[in-house]
Design a binder for this molecule. Structure first.
Ligand SMILES: Nc1ccn([C@@H]2O[C@H](COP(=O)(O)OP(=O)(O)OP(=O)(O)O)[C@@H](O)[C@H]2O)c(=O)n1
Ligand SMILES: C[C@](O)(CO)[C@H](O)COP(=O)(O)O
Length: 258
């Protein structure tokens, strides 16, 4: 039986850097919350995937109608992004096989294109380590001196922005995150945890407009990117409108242990 595809979407953040009146995944783009836009984009690429959506346990804004996937579950997030992802992996321990591919994608990245998603999936299909979407640095990079002045200019050759999704086999990813957390190693993405095992994830070049909505100005940027993509991408690359869920067999299983 071919390995299953799991999607883990960390969406339990508070959006402190955004400074809005709600977590940034609930700010709107073209009348839909960021969360719905991101899930629709993932569904366009992987309609048969199984989704774990990491939400704050106290999140009262979430509406299951925003989930287009037939098989999905809500998992309670953790203190940090790595904890939220770890909770999701623990929640599917009884169902996932070690060889299943897990793609982890930030809910705050609604602009990822179907073409990039499909390219990443194809690139990882026979990669024993796994990898991530990334974009080469195009600006000169400065390191500060802690006092608002330049301490050094970093060579940008070979530097990449890590994006998401990041994809790894279930067994390896769970082992890597658990080891990093146990060792107290701060990891801000899945790839860095895998790297601490001495492995080198594959860099899959992705579009620079796969923006992570983080600061206030990013929301307007994301709106413009999605509008531009809708105007220029083939229909299949646009966010699918969430299909009517009536009869879609939505299975919302709250992971009460988390
Ligand atoms: N405890 C956390 C923290 C973050 N995230 C998710 O991880 C992604 C990347 O995190 P970030 O952009 O930092 O989001 P926030 O933590 O919400 O932002 P901030 O750091 O500004 O509060 C986001 O989709 C966020 O929802 C999560 O699931 N659980
Ligand atoms: C995972 C990530 O989006 C890769 O660039 C990034 O590390 C998330 O960082 P954040 O501080 O949790 O937003």
């Amino acid at each position: 039986m071919s390995a299953a595809l799991w999607l883990v979407v960390p969406a339990a953040g508070q959006g402190r850097r955004m400074g809005a009146d709600r977590p940034k995944q609930y700010l709107e783009i073209a009348g839909r919350p960021v969360l719905a836009c991101t899930l629709a984009r993932l569904y366009s690429a992987f309609p048969g995937a199984r989704l774990c959506l990491c939400l704050d346990a106290d999140d009262a804004r979430f509406d299951p109608a925003w989930v287009p996937f037939a098989e999905w579950r809500r998992v309670s997030g953790g203190n940090e992004r790595v904890d939220s992802v770890s909770h999701a992996l623990e929640a599917i321990a009884g169902e996932a096989s070690d060889d299943d591919l897990v793609l982890v994608h930030d809910v705050a990245r609604p602009c990822v294109t179907v073409a990039d998603l499909e390219r990443l999936h194809a690139a990882l299909s026979d990669d024993p380590v796994g990898g991530l979407l990334a974009s080469p640095v195009a600006d000169t990079m400065k390191r500060d001196d802690g006092a608002g002045r330049v301490a050094a200019t970093e060579l940008r050759a070979g530097l990449w922005h890590a994006l998401t999704p990041q994809g790894f086999r279930y067994g390896l990813l769970r082992q890597a995150l658990a080891a990093a957390v146990k060792a107290g190693i701060p990891v801000t993405d899945e790839a860095s945890a895998v790297e601490t095992l001495g492995l080198s994830p594959q860099l899959v070049k992705g579009r620079r407009d796969n923006l992570k909505i983080t600061h206030p100005e990013d929301l307007a940027l994301a709106r413009q990117i999605l509008a531009a993509q809708s105007a220029t991408e083939p229909a299949s690359d646009q966010s699918a409108s969430a299909p009517a869920l009536a009869g879609a067999g939505v299975v919302a299983r709250e992971n009460s242990e988390r």
